[in-house]
Design a protein around this ligand. Structure first.
Ligand SMILES: [Zn+2]
Length: 393
């Protein structure tokens, strides 16, 4: 069990050789050994030996069909992450929705299920391991290597170490856990890869609101400095359970928006899904636009405090409402007319929870791919987690 208050998203020169090779290639594009040599700075012999080990371990696979003539005239057979041998399990606990997912070694989610529960009820871990076993059963032949567990722990008032220990008991898998916002930021960072030098500020908004910062230190990149924006003051009149008024979550979180629309008689239930369905209604769109302005102002203020090189906005409170993204940016710019710090939005939409949990599960493979998978001699021991997980159902 490992906690990740700080998530290492890019290991650069500091990882073991196999981690450096895999980092070069984990984006999913097939590369030749020459290209890996060029990208990592490792020697031809080291790359050749390490790629051989990773292919034997079924982390990478050869793609002779994509072979081209290399720069030195030798034909190069590209290799890519093998999507057929292993998966990681991702478990995301939300305030209302639990997501269980399987992802391949590039972080691509290949199967997922969600279960809804009342906000007051805790996560049903038996149900979670049953869903995981069901998903594994739908992808025969793939062994799970680890489980990533992600939640807004503070918001849910849960002890991550305890939940992780229980899930380890139930599934037999190595469990890593991380804070929701940091995991979302790490996932977004890993999927950008290019143009992410310096400091990237991620602001997340949905039911929960917060930010995280990815700092490129040259040798490695970490996502850290996670901050909650739950009680960030907006000046609104909304009463917060903390005793104050105007906190960001009760003003501009998804639940607040749904409640406002419901109280105004615009939707039949106080649910964000209902607000989505009613967004053609100009009165609903006006509420969404108002919320976008509040979020944009908060983004502008946080940007002023952190002084990053770029800002990336993630979470469905942004990505779920393309028509008002322009309002978010306008409000942020009005508040902090820096202009030079670009604001962009994630490509991740509704799938971000599954992807974030899977990213945390992949940390074990990214740290040391050869140590994370069963070798031939250890294969009996390493296939047991799958069997254990299945037995639960
Ligand atoms: Zn508050």
């Amino acid at each position: 069990m490992e906690s990740s208050p700080m998530i290492t998203v890019s290991r650069g020169r500091l990882g073991p050789t196999a981690a450096r090779v895999f980092e070069e290639i984990r984006g999913g594009v097939a590369l030749t050994r020459d290209e890996i040599v060029a990208g990592t700075g490792l020697s031809v012999a080291t790359v050749g030996r390490t790629v051989g080990q990773l292919v034997s371990a079924r982390i990478l696979r050869e793609r002779p069909d994509l072979a081209t003539v290399g720069r030195n005239g030798r034909p190069g057979t590209p290799v890519e992450p093998d999507p057929t041998a292993y998966v990681v399990v991702g478990v995301h606990l939300g305030r209302r929705i639990t997501t269980v997912a399987l992802a391949d070694l590039t972080g691509r989610v290949v199967a997922q299920q969600t279960a809804e529960h009342p906000p007051a009820a805790g996560p049903d871990l038996d149900e979670i391991s049953r869903l995981a076993a069901e998903l594994l059963g739908s992808l025969p032949g793939r062994s799970p290597l680890s489980l990533g567990l992600v939640a807004p722990w503070g918001e849910l008032d849960l002890d991550p170490a305890r939940v992780a220990a229980e899930l380890h008991e139930l599934t037999g898998l190595d469990v890593r856990y991380a804070d929701h916002i940091a995991a979302v930021a790490a996932t977004e960072f890993l999927n950008r890869r290019r143009g992410t030098g310096g400091v990237t500020l991620y602001v997340y908004a949905r039911d929960t609101l917060g930010f995280a910062v990815a700092v490129d230190k040259g040798a490695q990149t970490e996502v850290s400095r996670v901050g909650s924006l739950t009680h960030f003051p907006t000046g609104s009149g909304a009463a917060c359970p903390c005793g104050r008024t105007g906190c960001l979550q009760v003003t501009a979180g998804d639940e607040a928006l749904a409640r406002t629309a419901y109280d105004a008689g615009l939707v039949a239930e106080p649910e964000i899904e209902s607000v989505h369905r009613a967004q053609e209604d100009p009165r609903v769109l006006a509420l969404v636009r108002e919320r976008a302005t509040v979020l944009g102002q908060a983004v502008g203020q946080v940007r002023d405090m952190i002084a990053p090189d770029r800002v990336v906005l993630v979470g469905q409170a942004f990505t779920g409402w393309p028509p008002v993204l322009v309002d978010v940016v306008a409000a942020a710019e009005r508040f902090a007319p820096a202009g030079a710090v670009p604001i962009s939005f994630t490509r991740f939409g509704a799938g971000i929870q599954a992807a974030a949990a899977s990213t945390i599960g992949l940390g074990r493979i990214y740290d040391d791919p050869l140590a994370a998978v069963p070798t031939l001699t250890r294969s009996a021991r390493a296939t047991r987690p799958a069997a254990t997980a299945r037995r639960v159902s």
